[in-house]
Ligand binder design. Structure first.
Ligand SMILES: *[C@@H]1O[C@H](CO)[C@@H](O)[C@H](O)[C@H]1NC(C)=O
Ligand SMILES: *[C@@H]1O[C@H](CO)[C@@H](O)[C@H](O)[C@H]1NC(C)=O
Ligand SMILES: *[C@@H]1O[C@H](CO)[C@@H](O)[C@H](O)[C@H]1NC(C)=O
Ligand SMILES: *[C@@H]1O[C@H](CO)[C@@H](O)[C@H](O)[C@H]1NC(C)=O
Ligand SMILES: *[C@@H]1O[C@H](CO)[C@@H](O)[C@H](O)[C@H]1NC(C)=O
Ligand SMILES: *[C@@H]1O[C@H](CO)[C@@H](O)[C@H](O)[C@H]1NC(C)=O
Ligand SMILES: *[C@@H]1O[C@H](CO)[C@@H](O)[C@H](O)[C@H]1NC(C)=O
Length: 894
């Protein structure tokens, strides 16, 4: 949807807007004002120690229209806190001109978090890394003469302080701090500075001391953290980031153990594999953290989202920031990750009274690689109001088996327990296991992408093209216009020598044209022929993409991060136009000295192979042109797209380089997330109704390096369970629903290397297939234990039978049971088969409970399945179900 001044949200979200508006006008106070402090054990919120689970969600990686649902799904998943960075480059795109609108409306985001009853951890940085362009720094920062980032440099400190103060003041003005009744319980200054501090020597130490004092001096009235900063000064809490943080100890006994980034997945690069972290290992890491004294853990990311526009960092990070997070890029639950963690959070909550009551756990060695940590109320905790938790539980325990291979049988307080390898069992009452990290009871969901939609050209061509039968799939059509190679505007200039790329572009565009003329004599030609050689562009070092054009033709491309270039070029006799196009694909976001990193070329840059010696490029006159013509004319917007002379594209036309395409499409009906499939294209950028959906690139991941089986056991690293080998890293690109109107959506594509736009399609993403597998030996559902509404109703273990839960996404119901077997079923989701033991009526019994419902539960017991199908055998129920939209999915009405 095109933003219109005055009503930026349009009618689509009328209900939502009203709800949000109401929340905003009711001026904060989501909580009774409360203070936040801490001791060595935990954050103390309103006088109470708390065990907190936090969900990382970066507001600009979703649309404001998505925020309420993401926050609601986080809350339903059992988290207490939402964590986000503040994105300086988005908030101050031009020095002194602030932007808090749209995806950068951080006040609205914070209000939504507060309105949902969750807390907020705001990490101001302002360096944030985050796989975000330039680590979140505005690119103008590097143009301040004499500035050095993240060190004791007066110019940098002044800019940093101004932004940090701006953010703290804004939060205070909007009454978003805890003591004002707002959701903010904690802030962060700097980010993982410990990783690079050594490179700055004494000035680094001085800087971090200054940063701490500056932050504390702003009077925010809530604690501050520094992550990966073992020397965090004074009252700033040093926190851990990593795949595991259970061994972490802060630098003072007075500070609690916090885990600001639990890497539950990883990011991906163009041409790379996709990472996957199995939830059994993730749950193990989290349980171990609380087991060994941790008190605050944040999933980085709980929802990763999308790097819209040119916000992706890098170089070479893809547009999707899905991160293999519990909520996927499109805002759908990623199962079983979300569900298994929800069960874990409920189990930890059951233990919270004992965890906060104890000053430290009692350690019991149970075996060579098995251990227990027991939390009991003790004499040191008299100052805290334990009874206010309304629970009788006074002893909770975690039993861990850190053996990577073998299960173990252990005896704990006189009872026997079986512990699967690499797992933790949680015993909220020190007797009954309610959860084991390796036993996944949560359903699996398989995301389906379906539904190709037709694209058509011409804004009022509905009648012409759209019919209600299948013919509509062949009515796709496209308009096209060529992007000029080289100079296209008065804004070109000519100087001697090669300029640094970012110094010229200021990152207003990925592209910088360098244009010169090369004279080739008769002698050169015969010299090349005689020696069977050609001239070559030779560059010591280049990033990220170089394209070489000779006499208007693209003759070579080089891709890499500071790589050597030897690009042969074929010249004609006389004057030749030589055009070098340098491109960035996300600015560096990690490391020291970012201000010096730059882009384009470094070192010696020359043309080799000439009879009279090399031609030094630094001695030539070069004409420079920033960006692409279509980009600067904004021909991707509804208002400006007619500025280009579009012509009809024929399917017989050869693929062309540096070319624009446009078409129109209607929105698919319903609420399923929408994706653009650009798998048929090369490299470029795409816009829908003027919204920049990001860079695309169809680079393919290596054929090898994806394991056949992902074994959750043992320490995780980002390569361990990667998948998608031999396929393009990304082909689907999220188009947020709120950017669409019901019909005639303008899609504009800039293609650099050639592709087939006729194969571009619109797809819908939904969790169409559900699977679950729960055995008799599984624990009763934690949710039943965790029943804060009925504290008085004492639930005993014997009342509880294991259950299977199936749930479709909102607005969907279970439409069929594809497989159901109570007995000894084999295989995994979409590959289930019956075993020797099978209750004949399995399918009809599951169907009876589930068909036509959004969610259902089935008890795993002999009685439910009409008797015992095989005595003396532990039985399992495996189910595969299909979800369907309650209102049939289809095209919008024409
Ligand atoms: C928070 O602490 C401040 C300073 O100690 C105190 O004045 C204020 O009353 C406290 N507020 C609450 C809600 O406890
Ligand atoms: C402890 O908390 C409970 C419930 O919130 C409250 O009723 C009780 O007065 C508190 N006790 C003390 C000593 O503050
Ligand atoms: C490039 O700049 C020169 C000098 O300003 C100008 O004369 C020329 O018209 C420009 N080229 C284009 C294509 O606008
Ligand atoms: C970029 O510009 C700055 C200031 O104009 C200058 O100091 C610096 O040397 C330039 N960088 C390069 C690599 O030319
Ligand atoms: C010229 O060089 C190319 C490769 O550089 C080679 O393939 C070709 O055979 C050579 N031709 C002659 C005539 O030597
Ligand atoms: C099913 O029945 C068998 C006896 O046939 C019994 O051993 C087992 O405990 C029963 N299981 C459940 C879950 O009721
Ligand atoms: C299975 O279902 C049929 C028909 O509903 C019923 O007659 C039969 O008793 C059932 N069998 C068992 C073992 O429950």
């Amino acid at each position: 949807m095109v933003a219109q001044r005055g009503s930026p949200w349009g009618l689509r979200c009328l209900f939502l807007c009203l709800a949000v508006q109401f929340a905003l006008e009711a001026a904060a106070e989501y909580f009774k004002p409360f203070n936040v402090s801490y001791d060595h054990r935990a954050l103390i919120i309103d006088g109470k120690r708390r065990m907190l689970v936090s969900a990382g969600i970066h507001y600009p990686r979703a649309t404001p229209e998505m925020w309420p649902d993401l926050i609601a799904k986080s809350k339903e998943g059992g988290v207490d806190v939402i964590q986000t960075y503040a994105f300086w480059s988005g908030h101050e795109p031009v020095r002194g001109q602030y932007n808090f609108e749209g995806r950068y409306d951080i006040v609205k985001f914070a209000n939504l978090v507060g309105a949902s009853g969750l807390y907020l951890h705001l990490r101001i940085g302002p360096y944030v890394c985050a796989e975000w362009n330039f680590g979140g720094f505005p690119v103008w920062l590097r143009d301040i003469p004499g500035i050095e980032f993240r060190t004791n440099n007066a110019l940098f400190k002044e800019e940093m302080q101004r932004f940090v103060k701006k953010m703290v003041d804004l939060m205070q003005e909007e009454e978003l701090l805890s003591w004002q009744g707002g959701p903010i319980i904690m802030l962060q200054i700097e980010n993982e500075y410990g990783n690079i501090e050594g490179q700055f020597g004494q000035k680094g130490k001085e800087y971090i001391k200054w940063a701490a004092e500056m932050a504390l001096g702003l009077g925010a009235g809530v604690p501050w953290v520094m992550c990966k900063q073992v020397d965090a000064p004074g009252s700033i809490i040093d926190a851990c980031n990593g795949y595991y943080c259970d061994g972490y100890k802060p630098n003072s006994y007075n500070k609690p153990t916090m885990w600001t980034e639990d890497w539950d997945g990883w990011y991906a690069s163009w041409g790379g594999r996709l990472p996957h972290r199995p939830v059994e290992d993730l749950a193990f890491a989290v349980a171990r953290f609380y087991q060994r004294g941790g008190s605050f853990q944040n999933y980085y990311m709980y929802f990763g989202g999308t790097n819209f526009g040119r916000t992706s960092g890098g170089p070479f990070y893809i547009t999707s920031y899905d991160y293999d997070a519990p909520i996927d890029e499109y805002g759908l639950l990623s199962e079983p990750k979300w569900g298994h963690l929800k069960d874990l959070h409920a189990a930890i909550k059951l233990c919270e009274p004992a965890l906060v009551a104890a000053d430290s756990p009692n350690y019991i060695k149970l075996g060579p690689k098995q251990e227990a940590h027991v939390y009991r109320m003790n004499s040191h905790t008299e100052g805290l109001n334990i009874t206010s938790y309304g629970s009788q539980i006074s002893c909770s325990a975690f039993l861990a088996n850190i053996d990577e291979h073998k299960a173990a049988s252990v005896t704990f307080l006189g009872q026997k327990y079986n512990l699967p390898p690499w797992s933790v069992s949680i015993l909220p009452d020190c007797r009954n296991v309610v959860y084991n990290t390796a036993k996944v009871g949560a359903q699996t969901s398989i995301k389906t992408v379906e539904f190709d939609l037709p694209l058509y050209s011409g804004i009022s061509s509905q009648q012409q093209f759209i019919t209600k039968n299948d013919d509509l799939f062949i009515t796709k059509s496209w308009m096209t216009v060529k992007e000029p190679v080289g100079v296209w505007s008065e804004n070109n200039f000519t100087v001697q020598g090669i300029l640094e790329h970012l110094n010229v572009t200021k990152d207003q565009s990925d592209y910088l044209w360098h244009i010169t003329r090369i004279f080739v004599s008769e002698d050169d030609i015969s010299f090349w022929e005689k020696n069977n050689i050609s001239a070559a562009v030779s560059i010591d070092s280049m990033r990220d993409v170089l394209r070489v054009f000779v006499n208007g033709q693209l003759t070579g491309s080089v891709i890499g991060h500071w790589v050597k270039v030897e690009q042969p070029v074929k010249f004609l006799k006389g004057y030749n136009d030589l055009v070098l196009l340098t491109q960035t694909v996300g600015l560096q976001n990690y490391g020291a000295f970012l201000e010096k990193d730059g882009a384009g070329f470094r070192g010696q840059i020359k043309l080799t192979g000439f009879k009279n010696g090399d031609i030094d490029f630094s001695k030539l006159l070069w004409t420079y042109q920033v960006g692409l013509k279509g980009e600067f004319l904004k021909i991707y917007t509804i208002e400006e797209n007619e500025k280009a002379s579009w012509a009809e594209l024929s399917p017989d036309d050869d693929p062309s380089t540096f070319i624009w395409y446009k078409t129109y499409f209607d929105s698919p009906a319903g609420t399923d997330p929408v994706a653009l499939d650009l798998g048929s294209m090369g490299k470029g950028q795409a816009w829908v109704n003027g919204h920049h959906i990001g860079r695309y690139w169809t680079l393919v991941a290596p054929e090898d390096g994806c394991p056949e089986i992902c074994d959750y056991r043992g320490a995780y690293d980002s390569d361990k369970c990667s998948f998608n080998c031999g396929k393009p890293t990304q082909t689907l690109y999220h188009v947020p629903r709120s950017w669409l109107q019901s019909s005639s959506n303008l899609l504009v594509i800039l293609e650099e290397t050639g592709g087939n736009p006729f194969d571009i399609s619109i797809k819908l993403r939904s969790a169409g297939v559900l699977c679950a597998q729960v055995s008799e030996s599984h624990y009763p559902p934690v949710q039943k234990w965790f029943n804060p509404d009925s504290v008085d109703e004492k639930i005993t273990v014997n009342d509880l039978t294991p259950e299977m839960h199936l749930q479709c996404q909102d607005g969907f119901t279970i439409s069929s049971i594809e497989f159901a077997s109570y007995g000894t079923p084999q295989g995994s989701c979409q590959k289930f088969s019956m075993g020797n033991c099978h209750a004949t009526n399995s399918s009809s019994i599951v169907s009876k409970s589930c068909l036509g419902k959004n969610s259902c539960s089935v008890e795993i017991s002999n009685i439910s399945f009409g008797g015992d199908p095989c005595r003396g055998v532990v039985k399992t129920l495996a189910v595969e179900a299909r979800c369907r939209s309650s209102s049939d999915v289809g095209l919008s009405q024409f």
